[in-house]
Design a protein around this ligand. Structure first.
Ligand code: SAM
Length: 291
């Protein structure tokens, strides 16, 4: 029997991967968790039928969710990761000696356990002594934090189900307070292409822009995400990811000698150059998201 994984990218579009083996399938308290194996993408993790990581292209997502902020401010010591149960974001953060403490708050322990068992490529640094894992909802976790982090990375699922609270104005306001005076907030910002994702992207952007003095959007090409075109949000109290990333800062990051397969300091600047239709979407007034 031929196995395959099919994800609905829009009402009329499906994305299918030939699967060689189903490794795990279970419903946790929060979501349906599946791990499969394929020839093209290696092992991959899906939650509620949505692609989270594949062994082949996860480096793109994790490079871009971590290194843009780390290169913009070389003095990041305390980091909070919300979500990120597969461990890929923490793995990239652990490459910096300057990072002293990482709090990771993941709502679903089963995602962490399954990733440790089946996705060693992403979960390999979850046992680093600087990583402090809390199994909890990220929304209340940040509520009473004040000047506690230099960087917050929201590596969550889409704004449907457990991830919904992480796209609210209350949450962004709490992140603002939890950050130091030169703190940076990075979040996965959905895709501009298909209507449902574009609405989520616009809503998230507007709420962050209402909270942070500086709010930029950058992009990456992630083949297994809907449309392959994915955005990230860069919000900060002080640093501009382009104006504060001159030749000296670029040289400083390059001197670290980190061997990244997607991120580099030229791409850092280029990633903020957005297509015209995306710029227009980001400027449009908010409408109710269609589901
Ligand atoms: N790269 C991914 C993607 O496709 O966007 C995100 C990967 S990571 C697996 C997302 C994680 O966020 C999941 O493990 C999920 O359980 C976690 N998550 C969702 N809502 C959360 C919340 N409110 N608090 C903490 N973690 C949450």
């Amino acid at each position: 029997m031929k196995l395959s994984y099919t994800e609905k990218h829009s009402k009329d579009v499906r994305f299918t991967i030939r699967v060689t083996k189903q490794l795990f399938s279970k419903h946790s308290k929060f979501q349906q968790i599946d791990v499969m194996e394929s020839k093209e993408f290696g092992r991959f993790l899906t939650l509620d039928g949505l692609m989270m990581v594949t062994e082949k292209d996860e480096f793109i997502y994790h490079d871009m969710i971590v290194h843009v902020a780390m290169a913009t401010n070389p003095n990041i010591h305390r980091v909070l990761v919300i979500g990120g149960g597969d461990g890929g974001t923490v793995r990239e953060l652990c490459r910096y000696d300057s990072v002293q403490h990482i709090d990771m708050v993941e709502i679903d322990k089963m995602v962490v356990d399954v990733s440790k068992k089946y996705l060693k490529q992403t979960s390999c640094k979850l046992s680093d002594p600087r990583v402090h894992l809390t199994i909890a909802d990220g929304l209340p976790f940040v509520r009473n934090k004040n000047d506690a982090y230099d960087l917050i990375i929201v590596d969550s699922t889409d704004p449907f189900g457990p991830g919904e609270g992480l796209f609210t104005k209350e949450f962004y306001g709490n992140c603002y307070t939890a950050l130091s005076e030169d703190g940076i907030l990075i979040n996965q910002h959905e895709s501009p292409y298909y209507e449902k994702y574009a609405q989520s992207m616009k809503r998230a952007h507007r709420r962050i822009a209402e909270t942070f003095p500086l709010c930029r959007v950058y992009q990456a090409h992630i083949p297994t995400y809907p449309s392959g075109h994915w955005l990230f949000g860069f919000a900060s109290k002080k640093f501009d990811p382009i104006l504060d990333f001159g030749p000296e800062k670029q040289a400083q990051w390059n001197a670290l000698g980190l061997d990244t397969r997607y991120y580099n300091t030229d791409l850092h600047i280029g990633a903020f150059a957005l297509p015209t239709y995306v710029k227009r979407l980001l400027e449009e007034p908010e409408q109710e998201a269609t589901r």
